[in-house]
Design a binder for this molecule. Structure first.
Ligand code: MN
Length: 228
């Protein structure tokens, strides 16, 4: 049976070292997974479970792109994050089986309308329009776990116009990748193609029109976009 209009194109992300592409299904994100970032956002990292939110799958933007400054915000922020690319899935995945469902890892930027997020928090409203807007998920090439393993330490950083703004280490994550997958899979059944942004370290800040955002994670990859 035909569709009433052509289906939307599948979001695709290049896989490092191959000619292959990773087809994106959904995007999940973890809030406040580094203690120093939780503190800079005004919360106590020792008493908060990870909170999950989402972006549409087609919010993915290829590294090297130019992203227009989004509408409805005067305080766009960058957040460098390690992104998990699921190659399998399931519901109620045990922690000790979680990494077996991972295809690979990438560097991503969780672009955030910080002013809308602050207003939503204050009003007890959802974060969707603060986090899940068009082109809010710049993403670098995915490095297969079969090539790089499962990173648990290594530098994670972001520079704006060449000036360092975020510098931390994956070992500072509060919840490990395996713990995140296990916990998230209690809420939703994960499947191949799902992406998980694992939270940003401290040093988040505003983006101005014309800024070049360059992020990187040791042993994983890089991501860069210009905001116009
Ligand atoms: Mn984030």
């Amino acid at each position: 049976m035909s569709t009433v209009f052509p289906p939307s194109p599948q979001p695709l992300v290049p896989v490092a070292g191959t000619g292959a592409l990773f087809p994106v299904r959904r995007i999940f994100c973890v809030g406040q997974n580094y203690a120093a970032h939780a503190r800079e956002m005004g919360t106590d990292p020792t008493r908060t479970d990870p909170c999950f939110f989402t972006k549409p799958g087609d919010a993915v933007v290829a590294s090297g792109s130019t992203v227009p400054y989004p509408s409805m915000t005067a305080n766009l922020h960058y957040e460098i994050e390690m992104v998990v690319a699921m190659g399998g899935g399931g519901a109620d995945i045990p922690v000790d089986q979680a990494l077996g469902q991972v295809f690979g890892y990438a560097a991503g930027i969780d672009l955030t309308r910080r002013d809308l997020q602050a207003a939503a928090k204050k009003a007890g409203q959802p974060w969707d329009m603060a986090k899940g807007f068009d082109r809010s998920a710049p993403l670098g090439t995915i490095a297969p776990a079969s090539a790089i393993g499962h990173p648990v330490r290594g530098g994670i950083r972001l520079a704006v116009n060449g000036a360092p703004r975020q510098t931390s280490d994956l070992s500072d994550m509060i919840w490990s990748v395996a713990e995140i997958i296990a916990r998230l899979s209690r809420f939703v059944e994960l499947r191949a193609g799902d992406l998980i942004f694992t939270g940003t370290p401290e040093g988040v800040g505003p983006v101005q029109r014309g800024d070049l955002l360059e992020g990187g994670i040791d042993g994983v990859g890089t991501v860069a976009v210009t905001v116009s």
